[in-house]
Design a protein around this ligand. Structure first.
Ligand code: DX5
Ligand code: ZN
Length: 215
């Protein structure tokens, strides 16, 4: 499967996110991971659809919007109209099928995500129709946290389930604490879309780091 790198702008310089996104595209990123936080589903607040709208003209890369929000159903239209290419919603925050229907209605790719403490089986029903599935490998809300090693088993289980239902080529994204040290294990377990915030933005050579993460 193609390994895709999705740097998270949560780790970028918020005073110049547009330039940072251009730097990511020039550095070889495959997607731009946009961590949307509402201060309710997770304590911090980051940004909303306005940011996605502002970034849209600066990159051709897919804008991969991870909605860490309550009532995601109230935000889908705004993110779709802002130019989101993928919208990921938390199984803990909504009825996935209701949200998938809404997201699909706007012609946007639909993805479901589960937190570290949520059983991976909770993503299985979404696997039939999702365009991507996301497993959190840190507790959502902050960048720069340590990768939770139990996630590797969850990735394996999810990939095996996708193979079993004939969706072996479904994109499985992992988000949080991924570094050059653990990325090989993450990919070997079955993930093929890698979110990396701190690892990419702390790098002295962003392009080289993105290339190394891709393997
Ligand atoms: C946390 C976010 C993650 C995080 C990843 O809630 O969903 O995307 O920004 O950042 P790093 O790679 O620094 O853990
Ligand atoms: Zn994220």
């Amino acid at each position: 499967m193609k390994i895709k790198i999705a740097p998270s702008i949560l780790a970028s310089d918020f005073s110049r996110v547009g330039e940072e996104v251009v730097r990511l595209e020039e550095g070889g990123a495959d997607l731009i991971h946009c961590d949307v936080m509402d201060g309710n589903f997770v304590p911090p607040i980051t940004f909303g659809a306005q940011m996605v709208k502002a970034l849209r003209p600066h990159t051709r890369l897919p804008l991969d919007c991870h909605l860490m929000v309550l009532h995601p159903e109230t935000h889908i239209q705004n993110f779709a109209e802002a130019g989101a290419d993928i919208i990921t919603v938390h199984v803990e925050a909504c009825d996935i099928f209701e949200l998938f229907r809404r997201i699909e209605g706007y012609g946007v790719k639909k993805s479901a995500v589960a937190n570290p403490e949520t059983d991976v089986e909770k993503l299985f029903p979404a696997a039939e129709s999702a365009d991507m599935l996301l497993l959190m490998s840190v507790h959502p809300g902050w960048g720069g946290q340590k990768f939770i090693p139990e996630t590797l088993k969850k990735i394996e289980k999810l990939r095996n389930y996708c193979v079993k239902i004939g969706r072996g080529d479904l994109d499985i994204e992992v988000d949080g604490g991924v570094t050059e040290k653990n990325v090989k294990d993450v990919i070997a377990a079955g993930a093929n879309v890698i979110v990396a915030g701190s690892t990419v933005f702390r790098a002295s050579d962003m392009a080289a780091t993105i290339a190394r993460l891709r393997g």
